[in-house]
Structures are given as structure tokens and as C-alpha cells.
Design a protein around this ligand. Structure first.
Ligand SMILES: [Zn+2]
Length: 173
């Protein structure tokens, strides 16, 4: 669980990134966002636990196993981008960025903590499912007392579990 202050900070940061990149459509074009940030993605056959983000000096390369489902791909790339900014300092902390060579996004990495995971997901949530849009789309997809989360997840192009995780703090689920 993250402290409220940290959550709000990440929320604000994700909003800033969203506005700076100017990509307004949904599902959020995360591949385009990574492109605009000069990042690259290398797809590998490795298991997902071997995801690694490499500092290439000027930019970064995400080494990611091929994920079959688009919604998971989008969601996980958002998460990875969270690590790039929050835990590698890309464009946010030049000194830290110059020191860190790579970030292994795996449960077997000792430096990799639950806090990092929660922070990266918090970032992904606010980049891919901004609260204002999420409220609007949930309202539109409400049958009686229930929200149709499957429809909402199709709109945002992320897994249903991600929509539920974003909707809960807003009191929508
Ligand atoms: Zn992670």
C-alpha cells in the first residue's frame, strides 16, 4: 500500500506525461508514447519474469517477452514506463539516470520491492485510465446498479482486473 501523498504525486506526474505527449485517444497508444520518448521495445522469447529495462545512455530499451494479448501488453508497457521514470530517473533525475545501467523487473531482483511494483502500477493506471475518462466511461456502461467492466476494459484496452483496480479508489467498483 502506498502512502496517499506518494500516490497523489505519481498521479500528478502521470497526468503531466499524458499532457506532454498529447496522445488523447483511447485505448491509450502506449507504443506511440514510448516512441515519442525515444524508447525502444525488444521482444524476446524469455519468460515474463526476465523483463529488463536497459539504459542506452540517451534513451532506454525495454526487453520484454512476447505477450500474446494486446490488453496485457498495453497494461504492462505502461507499468514498465513507470519504472523507467520513477525507478531509473529517465528525464526526471539526470544524476540517478547516469548511474543506473539497467532495471530488472523481476521478483528475484533484491532491489525490486513491492513498493516499486505498486508505484509502477499506480503510474500505469493514471496514464492509461485517467480518472475523469474512467468515471465518464463507467457511467456510460452502467446497467442498473452494476458497471459493465468488460465493456469498460474494451474501451481502455486493458485487462478487466486493471479497470477494477483503477475504479476501486474512485468508489466506482
Ligand atoms: Zn514491475
Amino acid at each position: 500500500m502506498l502512502l496517499l501523498e506518494r500516490r497523489l504525486e505519481i498521479q500528478q506526474f502521470a497526468k503531466t506525461v499524458h499532457a506532454a505527449l498529447g496522445l488523447q485517444e483511447f485505448p491509450y497508444p502506449i507504443h506511440k508514447a514510448i516512441d515519442l520518448l525515444h524508447g525502444t521495445i525488444e521482444w524476446s522469447q524469455q519468460p515474463i519474469r526476465d523483463t529488463c529495462i536497459v539504459n542506452t545512455g540517451e534513451s532506454f530499451t525495454i526487453h520484454l517477452s512476447k505477450i500474446a494479448v494486446d490488453s496485457y501488453k498495453r497494461w504492462y508497457l505502461g507499468h514498465t514506463l513507470g519504472h523507467v521514470f520513477l525507478h531509473m530517473g529517465y528525464l526526471t533525475d539526470l544524476e540517478f539516470w547516469s548511474l543506473i545501467k539497467e532495471y530488472k523487473d523481476t521478483a528475484f531482483n533484491k532491489e525490486h520491492t513491492q513498493v516499486h511494483e505498486a508505484e509502477a502500477y499506480e503510474f500505469s493506471r493514471h496514464l492509461l485510465l485517467p480518472a475523469k475518462e474512467l468515471r465518464r466511461v463507467c457511467k456510460k456502461n452502467r446497467d442498473d446498479a452494476e458497471y459493465n467492466m468488460t465493456e469498460v476494459s474494451k474501451y481502455f484496452g486493458v485487462p478487466v482486473s486493471a479497470v477494477k483496480g483503477a475504479a476501486r479508489p474512485l468508489g466506482l467498483y
